[in-house]
Design a protein around this ligand. Sequence first.
Ligand SMILES: NC(=O)c1ccc[n+]([C@@H]2O[C@H](COP(=O)([O-])OP(=O)(O)OC[C@H]3O[C@@H](n4cnc5c(N)ncnc54)[C@H](OP(=O)(O)O)[C@@H]3O)[C@@H](O)[C@H]2O)c1
Length: 295
Amino acid sequence: MSSSSLTNVTVAGGTGSLGVHIVEALLNDGSFTVKVLRRLPKTANEKAELLASKGAEIIYANYNQHDDLVKALKGTDVLISAASPGLATGGYDFDALQTPLLNAAKAAGVRRFIPSEFGTHTDFGDHPLTDSKITFRQKVQESGLEYTFIQSGTFVEYLDWTGFDVKNKTAKFYADVDSKLAVTSMSDAAKYTVESLKLEECRNASIRVAGSMFSLSEIVKKFEEATGSKWKVIVDKEVKHRFENKIEPIPSPQDIFVATLLPKASFDNIDNDKFSFSPRPLADDLAVFVQQKSG
Ligand SMILES: NC(=O)c1ccc[n+]([C@@H]2O[C@H](COP(=O)([O-])OP(=O)(O)OC[C@H]3O[C@@H](n4cnc5c(N)ncnc54)[C@H](OP(=O)(O)O)[C@@H]3O)[C@@H](O)[C@H]2O)c1
């Protein structure tokens, strides 16, 4: 069946950091009817208001009430989940968050489900976040719905999490400086997600895309060019040992998250050439990132 008839798209978590880009890319494309699924209770949200002003319909459901979710998803061809349990506050359970969405999507006759993946590491479980995404991935594959898994590496906008500190011109890594990092802007990740709906080879497939794949030391050089200054580089590979043995300074859960994921943060093969556009060069994205982080 052609993917071109996937016209009614609902984005759960469409008000989030990534979700907004996905909803905007769908609206910019012009060939989709777009709904943003939000959780009840209704709360004021500037991003929802912006997306509504651009043509998205904002709908609400109680994620804990199956019938409510099914009703909200009736008429949807594709459910894209960009929902997140809140990484910044240690929320990692993507399985618990998305299982009600998958069950309701199936009951509502949704054809395709794109789960909230958008990282690099869904093939490796050794952290609660990746474990929960892998568990959920299996549920999607067993559901009988069409699916696309989008892996897009680290978002440019989250490079500070990875250890690049623009204000202090310092990079602190929990991995070798030769480790490669797949990096993609959220707007390009959104464009790949939207175009996947039109490509037959993305049906029931795991798609890996990357704006760039440079080593950590090459990215430092690019930051040096963008900031016009020499950067200090610190490599700390004892972070997990300190965490496990409670040795000061005790790393934060975020440090452990980065230390676990960073050494596996690139792809052997990518699918960029299946798509019609080229991602923005990393240097262009870093120029914007540096400006934002310097302010
Ligand atoms: N590769 C990377 O570097 C990187 C970085 C960050 C995120 N990600 C991935 O991108 C995806 C989206 O993350 P994000 O940071 O954009 O998400 P986010 O902004 O934290 O949240 C997205 C939306 O999820 C909904 N939400 C929040 N808490 C929820 C809960 N407990 N239950 C149900 N819905 C909830 C909210 O929408 P409503 O309030 O409107 O319902 C929120 O706007 C995730 O898969 C995440 O792992 C990747």
